[in-house]
Design a protein around this ligand. Structure first.
Ligand SMILES: [Fe+2]
Ligand SMILES: [Fe+2]
Length: 299
């Protein structure tokens, strides 16, 4: 009789979640308005960068709580690699955010709505926060797919230093898109209770992102004296939701997530896209081998 396949759904697609530490640096000569889409589009990506370290630190905490409840060694190793990747993302976004501070942007004030949302969430259970985090992961994985599949979404004014951060981050978000989902499913199952957590987590993630991102974009634009410039807001609206918009037709991500049998790779198997972009985006020298003891050896 054949043995059941114990590998994670990510490993089954030939993907190994791997920690990488690129040495990106952000000097003051990076163009402030680095995106060719203008001030509001640049502010949109900067707003995501400002939120990233705070949200990813939260993902890490709740994912770490799940780790102790996992039985499969493959799953434990994958979840640990996911945690390490998110830690690296948080570090490099902090580095970029330091440049935003240097440019005079009110980064601390911009962080305030995200911190408030996280404070509210701190009154909920770890399981609920985990369900919210995996919904957030689903959205970020979707953005990762857009960035990898449509390079024009990150068109710059000729300086690729900021886009390299987003391309690497996007690559890894697609690479680990199922790690937290699968760990959550392994611990909480696929029953009604787990489904309800997932659906309410999704609603929470949507509220948090749709409140905090526009507020942050407005604050960043205000600093550039452009918050009242309607043309900038229209450009951003077109960039996101227009005929060629980055998020156009992506509402399916929400609809599909609501299916009881949803699984990130079954929903969208973009492993071929990952393999296709790997040579361009990933330097093997960034990879950090996991030399820590195998979970069963650790006492
Ligand atoms: Fe990340
Ligand atoms: Fe992630």
């Amino acid at each position: 009789m054949s043995q059941p396949d114990m590998r994670t759904t990510t490993q089954q697609r030939g993907i190994s979640v791997t920690l990488r530490r690129p040495d990106f640096k952000y000097d003051a000569d990076v163009p402030r308005m680095w995106h060719s889409g203008g001030a509001a589009v640049t502010a949109f990506w900067n707003a995501l960068s400002i939120g990233a370290p705070l949200l990813e630190a939260e993902f890490i905490k709740d994912a770490a709580r799940l780790e102790g409840e996992l039985q499969s060694e493959d799953q434990i190793r994958e979840l640990r690699s996911f945690i390490r990747q998110e830690g690296a993302h948080a570090n490099l976004h902090r580095r970029f955010n330091d440049l935003l501070v240097e440019w005079g942007y009110p980064v601390q004030a911009c962080e305030a709505p995200v911190r408030r949302a996280l404070k509210l969430l701190s009154h909920t259970s770890s399981t609920f926060r985990c369900a919210t985090a995996l919904s957030g992961e689903h959205f970020i994985g979707e953005i990762g797919d857009i960035v990898l599949g449509r390079p024009e979404v990150l068109e710059t004014v000729g300086d690729s230093r900021v886009t390299r951060l987003w391309l690497w981050h996007s690559y890894e978000e697609v690479e680990h898109k199922a790690a937290l989902f699968d760990a959550f499913t392994a611990v909480h199952g696929t029953g009604v209770r787990a489904y309800l957590y997932r659906v309410t987590g999704l609603g929470t993630a949507i509220v948090v992102l749709s409140v905090t991102i526009p507020i942050t974009v407005a604050r960043l634009l205000h600093h550039d004296d452009k918050a009242g410039d309607v043309r900038e807001w229209i450009r951003l609206g077109r960039y996101l939701f227009g005929t060629q918009g980055a998020l156009r037709k992506r509402s399916r991500a929400i609809v599909q997530f609501l299916r009881p049998g949803f699984q990130p790779w079954d929903y969208l198997d973009n492993s071929a896209l990952l393999a296709e972009r790997r040579g361009d985006l990933i330097d093997p020298n960034w990879e950090v081998p996991d030399t820590r003891p195998r979970p069963q050896d650790a006492t």
